[in-house]
Design a protein around this ligand. Structure first.
Ligand code: UDP
Ligand code: MG
Length: 321
């Protein structure tokens, strides 16, 4: 197998056929052997039925049906676990990421790159707030993370077998894939593309999910928030000492007529706020440590379609097919 295409898919009935046709067309023109692995992430609409229909008529199409909705990051990990191509391409099913670009990703791979990621020149038409937050997030992340995560780059990319094998060894639950892709290293490069509008339907990833993903990203790849807590604590402590000295001197010179109610309230509320914020930050890290310590499997599979028993790794052999 030359190329594995990995598609996490959740409630995309309206986009599936168009996605399949456009992708097949481009792959057939390349003259390499390929498989398309759809990872059904607990869709509640007809996505799975459509997938079965497609797979029935095309043995290059394979389906991993997850037991429930696990989220895109985990769905695409499942796809990578099952991929057998010399290179794997991760792509969304909503056609925001044009499949036609696969040709160029492969060209760069043939030039010897292990990871070829697609950088958005322009984000398709999306809510303004999402565009602004994404813009800020990538730039803040770049500043505070120890790993060099390319800006304005989504999950759409090609990875060599070597890079995929490295990546699937990482089994953390709070997966920020954009960071993990970079974390494995190897020879990486990017190409630019224009992100299109969603073909049909609405994005499944709302602001709350994005917030969680952002916090996952920051906590997985940076200690900056913790450092912020200690730094804020230090600064406030210094200011308090200076203020205490000021009050002592003032009392000695002018006596103490008991004013200071406003400054008291300000100090208490300010410190209360900083303390809660710091506790929250520590909590985010502790909660993640706790979840990781359970070592639960990343996902459960209900059913596999199109995979040969002999191609499967031993741990996957007894899944319903
Ligand atoms: N997706 C998924 N599981 C989810 C949410 C989304 O597998 O819980 C898939 C979805 O079907 C699509 C891709 O992930 O193929 C990107 O999702 P979406 O377009 O909703 O996100 P956005 O492009 O807005 O980031
Ligand atoms: Mg999308």
């Amino acid at each position: 197998m030359d190329i594995s295409i990995i598609v996490p898919i959740y409630n995309e009935t309206e986009n599936l056929d168009e996605f399949y046709l456009r992708t097949i067309k481009i792959l057939e023109s390349i003259n390499l052997s390929f498989e398309i692995i759809f990872v059904n992430d607990g869709s509640a609409d007809n996505t799975l039925q459509r997938l079965f229909f497609i797979a029935q008529n095309d043995n290059r199409v394979k389906i991993i049906d997850l037991s429930r909705n696990f989220g895109k990051e985990i769905a695409l990990t499942a796809g990578l676990d099952f991929s057998s191509g010399d290179a794997a391409v991760v792509i969304d099913a909503d056609l925001q990421e044009p499949p036609e670009l696969i040709k160029e990703l492969i060209k760069k791979w043939n030039e010897g790159y292990d990871v070829v990621y697609a950088i958005r020149k322009k984000r398709g038409k999306e809510p303004v707030i999402k565009t602004i937050l994404a813009y800020l997030f990538y730039r803040i992340m770049k500043k505070i993370s120890q790993t060099d995560i390319p800006i304005d780059t989504g999950d759409y990319r090609l990875m060599s077998r070597q890079a995929v094998n490295a990546l699937i060894q990482i089994r953390e639950h709070h997966r920020f894939m954009k960071g993990l892709f970079s974390c494995v290293g190897f020879k990486q490069t990017g190409i630019y593309y224009e992100r299109e509008q969603r073909h049909k339907g609405k994005s499944n990833i709302n602001l709350l999910k994005l917030w969680n993903l952002a916090v996952d990203g920051i906590t997985s790849f940076s200690f900056a928030p913790l450092q912020f807590s200690s730094f804020a604590g230090l600064i406030i402590a210094i200011i308090s000492v200076l203020y205490a000295v000021y009050i002592i001197i003032k009392t000695m010179l002018y006596g103490n007529p008991v004013p200071g109610y406003p400054s008291l309230i300000v100090a208490i509320t300010f410190l209360g706020g900083i303390q809660l914020l710091s506790l929250g930050i520590i909590g985010e890290y502790i909660a993640r440590t706790y979840m990781e310590s359970k070592k639960r499997p990343l996902y459960f599979i209900k059913h596999l379609t199109g995979f040969n028993a002999e191609d499967l790794k031993p741990t996957f052999k007894n899944i319903d097919r």
